[in-house]
Design a protein around this ligand. Structure first.
Ligand code: ZN
Length: 494
């Protein structure tokens, strides 16, 4: 039986406390309190506005010194970005992750520590990046002025301690991770190494163990690049699942055709195509599509630049873990065909290499971060080319309201990027239906493929609207109990 917001526990009860990503899309962190142990699943950053970022410095109300192990679902910052705080908070146990996640995590944390430091220095020097819409007035965003830099959460040495605490586990194998708790990772088909986490927890009174399932981020059911999802063999007593796209349904086809038509025009007219991407996930799904376009003969001699050292390293992992790829892609990969490589691709590993592109005037495609156009090298590329009619800006993912990307999609005519006010003469386009997260139909299908409907589903990791819409769908599909907890709530399973 499941009691939401339970405060008192019997000795046979397991409690899950929600410390983030509840009614919002970032800051994933759950604490599992079992009869003989305490675990954390994910310890991610809050991202978005500066107020949200300030929340990162405040550690959740967890007795870190009595946490026995931490489990990480994947290497996106909103799931792992605060792990670097653990040494200072008193945690000294092992951190479990899949092999690709364990390989990526130290780099993600080191780059995050450098970025935290850089932002403090930028704030001190009064040169924080500005990217905003100026015209039309209906879309104009106020100049942020001098924003307080988010606090430095950890340093390189902390990231190094996390690297030493990491234990890589294979998918689908049960592993004892703490006293009376076994866990295993299931494919989540979201990014390379991304997993759902299944826990089997012994009751102190004996009897059948309690099963919990944490979805992590769930990719689309038919992922063209990654191996399909894996499901538990037993219905979980409690399922905690994300709902990022819980109110959306995407078109299933037409994405490759849209991309190929953009690439054809760009090649014929010698245009520069700027594609804002995140380094892990979106960069690879777009590279995979461009590789297909290259194979179809659409790309010709149009060069493609991946302007992201982290993106290049993440791409390498896809080719090094063929068993985690979609079966046909896996077979090609085993024959020596890297699914993310094609002759026209160049990877840029440093700022100097990135700046060398500024002098290139012939047609090309540039993939660069950030995917939200709020920081990173994409801003420099935009500043140099947004006022030219031979530029295209191609969006391949969701753009949050209030940021430059969303403003451009809504028809911004004049923007300010790092002190320069520029007319928007570039063509702005979007390919619909690309997301690392499944849409509402995928999420529902993922639950339906469990052996049975869980007694309780707690929906997290989505806006209030997205999870309310998805809660309704789940109830209509027969879920007996659907909870929408907030930060600080807990759910008990007896
Ligand atoms: Zn993710």
């Amino acid at each position: 039986m499941v009691h939401p917001h339970a405060m008192t526990l019997g000795s046979s009860t397991v409690e899950v406390r929600i410390h983030g990503a509840a009614g919002e899309v970032t800051g994933s962190c759950y604490e599992v309190i079992a009869p003989r142990t305490r675990l954390l699943v994910d310890f991610g950053m809050f991202q978005g506005t500066s107020q949200q970022e300030m929340r990162n410095a405040e550690a959740p109300d967890v007795e870190f010194a009595s946490v026995d192990a931490v489990i990480v679902t994947h290497a996106h910052v909103d799931h792992c970005g605060r792990l670097g705080m653990l040494p200072r908070l008193g945690f000294a146990g092992p951190i479990f992750a899949t092999e690709p996640t364990a390989e990526l995590l130290p780099r993600v944390l080191i780059s995050s520590a450098s970025l935290q430091q850089l932002r403090v220095e930028e704030a001190r020097a009064g040169r924080q990046p500005v990217a905003r819409v100026v015209e039309p007035l209906a879309l104009a965003m106020p100049h942020p002025g001098l924003v307080q830099a988010p606090p430095v959460l950890f340093f390189h040495r902390d990231a190094d301690r996390i690297r030493k605490a990491l234990r890589a586990l294979p998918f689908m194998e049960w592993e004892p991770v703490a006293d009376g708790v076994e866990m295993r990772f299931l494919h989540a088909s979201h990014v390379i190494g991304a997993a759902s986490v299944e826990l089997r927890i012994e009751r102190s009174s004996g009897g059948s163990p309690i099963h919990l399932l944490f979805s992590g981020d769930i990719g689309p059911i038919s992922n063209p690049l990654l191996a399909p999802h894996q499901w538990p063999e037993r219905t979980p007593d409690l399922l905690i699942m994300e709902s990022t796209n819980g109110a959306r349904r995407f078109p299933r086809t037409g994405q490759l055709q849209s991309l190929e038509s953009t690439l054809t025009s760009a090649r014929e007219r010698g245009e520069r195509v700027l594609v804002p991407v995140f380094a892990l996930g979106r960069a690879q799904s777009v590279l995979f599509m461009i590789a297909q376009a290259s194979h179809d003969g659409v790309l010709g001699d149009l060069p493609v630049y991946l302007d992201s050292a982290m993106g290049a390293r993440a791409s390498e992992l896809y080719a090094r873990h063929p068993h985690l790829l979609e079966p046909e892609v896996r077979r090609a990969c085993m024959r020596g065909q890297n699914p993310l490589h094609f002759p026209q691709l160049h990877t840029l590993m440093s700022r100097k290499e990135s700046e060398s592109l500024d002098r290139v005037r012939s047609g090309c495609v540039i993939l660069a971060g950030s995917g939200f156009c709020d920081a990173g090298p994409i801003l420099r590329h935009m500043k140099l080319a947004i006022d030219r009619p031979d530029t295209r800006i191609l969006f391949v993912g969701h753009q949050p309201e209030g940021l430059l990307g969303d403003g451009l999609l809504r028809g911004a005519t004049k923007v300010e990027i790092d002190g320069a006010v520029l007319e928007v003469r570039a063509k702005v386009e979007r390919i619909e239906g690309l997301s690392g997260h499944g849409d509402a139909a995928d999420l529902l299908e993922w639950v339906r493929r469990m052996p049975g409907m869980p007694a309780c589903v707690a929906i997290t990791h989505g806006s209030l609207e997205a999870r309310a819409a998805f809660a309704q769908e789940l109830s209509a599909a027969g879920a007996p109990r659907v909870e929408s907890p907030m930060v600080g709530d807990s759910i008990a399973v007896a």
